[in-house]
Ligand binder design. Sequence first.
Ligand code: SF4
Length: 405
Amino acid sequence: MNPSEAARQTIRPEILADLSVSQLAARVRDVGAEPYRVTQILDAAWRSTATDWSGVTTLGRALQERLASELRFSAFEAVERQEAEDGATTKLLLTLSDGAKVEAVLMRSPADPRRGSGPRATVCVSSQAGCAVGCPFCATGELGFTRNLSSGEIQDQVRIARQILRSEQRELTNVVYMGMGEPLQNIDAVFASIDGLTDPLRGGIGQRRITVSTSGVVPGIERLARQRPQITLAVSLHAARNPLRDLLVPLNRKWPVEAVIRAAHAHARATGRRTTYEVTMIDGINDRAEDSAALAELLAGSGAHVNLIPMNAVAHTPWHESRPERIEQIANELRSAGLTVTVRRNRGREAGAACGQLAAERAGEPTPVAVARRRELLVAASAAALQGRRTAQPIAPAGPLRGDA
Ligand code: SF4
């Protein structure tokens, strides 16, 4: 954490979800309340639809006011909802106490008798406001990095999702750390949030129902295997060859694809959990014959699961999603290499559910000059990458495009 971020963190008001159960017990004791109040507070936060201290009716007015004066009930100043796909997807745009905006997406799926699974409801949470990795196909990457989220700010995304589901008589079944940000670059807060979400007195979610997705932070993958071995690992791979992955996932310059795959295989061996690899399918960029062959070769024999995701269009790129028939061909090639493959339907396109898309829209339209320049750079860099040339510098911008003209 840099000094200015540390300063911002210290002035942000404390929120309930940032406290462990023992820290909350100490706070309750400090205000002179009885120990059983801890359970009442946690029940209200995690098992009711209370949105502020006045909704914790079991406490009584005086204690509500006392707690409200020193602890925020929710991390969010505002919660905006957008629905898509006939209510199957809900996109949440959440404003934090310092004005930073993050997104969470709630996805509902019906029971699948073929797989013997019941109805599912998965929330995809953000771990950072913005992201420093700067993948050029991603709307969050264009926003640049604002700050890390605290453990409580991550957990509260799940708490809000559960409240929405409760009003529909549904249960939350899965949590994925796949929203804005690179979770393993905020690993302490992410681990603390996992501890909160899996605590029976708080979130109460099974560890095996949680997935952490990374763009390839090798030391973080190693730590995940050692310290939270029940958590599923997903790797945002996007390309199997370094020149192209340098462009699509700029972190690849630090941890090249071979190192990422080695760490992911070691994770799978140590934890016994199957790795998922995510590949955003971009027409003419990473769906060419040599790319699918390299991907099959890289992952053959790993028993991994590959998720092919048609790219969601973002304004500043010249790229768009691969053709459905090409995605299906690649899926079949990968299956022939012994991999399990799914093709993700693009959830929530109507709700701007590409990672960071809604927040990017709210950050303001980039200028036409900045968009044109960005596209030019990407076209030149992708032409070099497709010829196998590695570029020295990432071309990801440090901030929103509108400041780039
Ligand atoms: S795809 Fe993920 S890692 Fe890459 S810029 Fe977007 S949020 Fe960051």
